[in-house]
Design a protein around this ligand. Structure first.
Ligand code: GRF
Length: 193
C-alpha cells in the first residue's frame, strides 16, 4: 500500500548518496500526524547507496539518476519531481552539487544538512578540519540551498563540544545523532509547525 500522505502534508523528495540515516529519521518524522511533510520520492546519484533500502522498507519510490551527464540527469530529476507534484526537497548526504538552473527551479524550496557550524567548514572533511584547527566546538547546520556551496540562509544549528579524545570518526558519530533531531526541527521551523 502506498504511504498515506494526508491532505495537508507538503510532498517532499529526499536526495541521498550514502547511508541514509538522515533519510530514515526524516521518514519517521514525516509519518507523525502533525508533521508538515510527507516523503514521496527518494532520489540518488548512486545505485549502491545503502539508504535506498529505506525506500523499500517504507514503500517510497526510489529513483537513481546517472550523473555521468549532469545536464540530462538534472532534466530527468526535474520532470520526475514535477510529475509527482513534489514541492519541497531535502538534501541528506547528497554528494553532487546541484546546478544553478536546478536550484532556480525550486527557489527557496531546497534544504540541506551540513556537519559543521556554518559558515565554518563548508565542503568535505569537516570533522577532521575542525579537530586539526583545535576547535572547541563543532556541530551541524540546516540551511536553505542557494547557488553557492553551503552558503544559503541558516535555519537552525546545534553546537556540540569536541572533547580532547575525539577523532573525526567519534565526532562524526556524535554530530550525526544530533543531525537526526535537528533536521525535523528545522523543517517544523520552516513551516511554522
Ligand atoms: C551527514 O553527516 C550530513 O550532514 C552530510 O552527509 C552525512 C549523511 O549521512 N551532508 P547519512 O547518509 O544521512 O547517514
Amino acid at each position: 500500500m502506498a504511504q498515506s500522505t494526508g491532505p495537508k502534508k507538503i510532498k517532499c523528495a529526499v536526495f541521498i548518496s550514502g547511508t541514509g540515516t538522515n533519510l530514515k529519521s526524516l521518514i519517521q518524522f514525516s509519518k507523525k500526524k502533525n508533521s508538515p511533510i510527507s516523503i514521496n520520492l527518494i532520489i540518488s546519484d548512486n545505485s549502491k547507496a545503502k539508504g535506498l533500502k529505506f525506500g523499500k522498507i517504507y514503500k517510497i519510490s526510489n529513483k537513481v539518476f546517472n550523473y555521468k551527464n549532469k545536464i540530462i540527469a538534472e532534466k530527468k530529476m526535474i520532470s520526475e519531481i514535477k510529475n509527482k507534484n513534489i514541492k519541497f526537497i531535502c538534501l541528506a548526504g547528497f554528494m553532487k552539487i546541484l546546478s544553478k538552473k536546478f536550484i532556480r527551479n525550486f527557489d527557496g524550496k531546497i534544504l540541506n544538512i551540513h556537519p559543521s557550524l556554518l559558515p565554518k567548514y563548508k565542503g568535505l572533511n569537516t570533522h577532521q578540519r575542525a579537530i586539526s584547527n583545535g576547535e572547541k566546538y563543532s556541530g551541524c547546520t540546516v540551511h536553505f540551498v542557494n547557488s553557492k556551496l553551503d552558503s544559503g540562509k541558516i535555519i537552525l544549528q546545534k553546537k556540540i563540544k569536541i572533547s580532547k579524545r575525539d577523532t573525526a570518526k567519534s565526532l562524526a558519530k556524535k554530530i550525526l545523532a544530533q543531525e537526526h533531531k535537528l533536521y525535523p526541527k528545522a523543517i517544523r521551523k520552516v513551516f511554522n509547525l
